[in-house]
Design a protein around this ligand. Sequence first.
Ligand code: PLP
Length: 488
Amino acid sequence: MSSSPLDLDHDTMRRLGRRVADVVAEHLATLREQPVRAAAPRGETRGRIGGPPPERGTDFETLLARLRADVFPLHAREPHPGFMGFVPGCPTFPGVLGDWLATGHNFFAGVWTVAAGPNEVEMTVLDWMRGWLGMPAGAGGILTSGGSAATLTAIVAARHAAIHAAPREIGRLALYTSEQAHSSVERAAWIAGVPREQVAAIPTDDDYCLRVDALAEAVWRDREAGLIPFAVVATAGTTNTGAVDPLGEVADLCEREGLWMHVDAAYAGFAALTGRGRAALAGIERAHSITLDPHKWLFVPFECGCLLARDPRALGAAYRVTPEYLRDVERAPEDQEVNFADYGGQLTRYARALKVWLAVSYFGTDAIAAEIERGIARAELAERLVRAEPALEVLSPARLAVLCFRARGWGQEGAELDALNERINARVNATGRFLISSTRLRGAFSMRICPLGFRTTDDDIRAVVAAVLRAAGEEQEQEQKLTTDEHG
Ligand code: PLP
């Protein structure tokens, strides 16, 4: 053993590690008894946590106690059974341990020669995902920090493919997505240098799916105007409503027009593990590239996104750069030994593949597919319950585990109805038992639930719909009371 004080002895490491495992296990096992979310204003958190860096060390138990008292309570518990807002992050415990094993070994997964084992794991899980999505053999990719990073990585590769021979044309590039696309798409296009006014948000149809006729027209108009259309980003499972763009038709158009087709399947890509999901995502396999987010519906901890590319050489062409100090680790593409640093914007990167591999291998794909199917079914149950209540109405049906709905109110319209629903939403969240989120559909405020976490039960779905009804009743009572007071 070294004499460095930073080099803890074996027993100490085991003792501290076990304490941490205990804390996490206790947290996860008692989620249902905890509030879904606890927040605090900065003024309070700074007082509890802030301060200068300590010059001397502090014993681990004291630090852990401080974290448990002042830090851990103040967060939204995404894996909580009542967390049905946004897109819940609900990792399995083996997934969590996979992260711990990766960081514990501090694998450097940027190049092959220093991490052949972990990199083979990454190639393996990428190939699993390729198979699930039906992409052809030979497709490859890279795991990223999340969906936003995956889409950015793809758009930069598409840009390179379009204009690497004439880079000065960057100002003429035009990219197309739908007005329901996730904001990460337009941001990625901006970062990649596509002028903001040339990122087109194509209108959607009544089901919130991209209108291919409008897309074709926009491409034609832009070409006429001297722009260079180069990429279309379709969505397979929008964040707002779970809508899937007509992927086959988009693929036809991209083929005809010579455009790079990227599919943002960050939200719903892993639904492909189920029969229904595979049918809903038909056509996705024709994309040049696909964004996936294992930290959503593959039950892997944050951060884990994935970019699959039909021809991974397109990633290498866009990203590979070999300075002198990295000649030792250079790999030729024909070696099939991927330097993941050549496929994206990160050189030093950790082996996030381990958590995917461990989580999927521990449970097996059957169990994971069944869980995804149950998430879809829970949203459908919620839809049936909402439809059975005269006081509520569905704004977008349950699709791939997303349901949008609102209270009808008692005569309110427009902004008033929106405000009522916003207050109902807030009341439901104030119970501490549920977290639901909201969105706007064609301008109207909508409550939105996305019950894909595996701790959420059918009873939780019944309870959340009951909580919405109760909140609507309380709002009505309060208004009646105000009216009586005014007139009495
Ligand atoms: N695309 C879609 C459809 C999403 O729903 C999300 C996140 O919810 C993203 C992209 C962004 O992914 P990330 O938050 O992992 O960057």
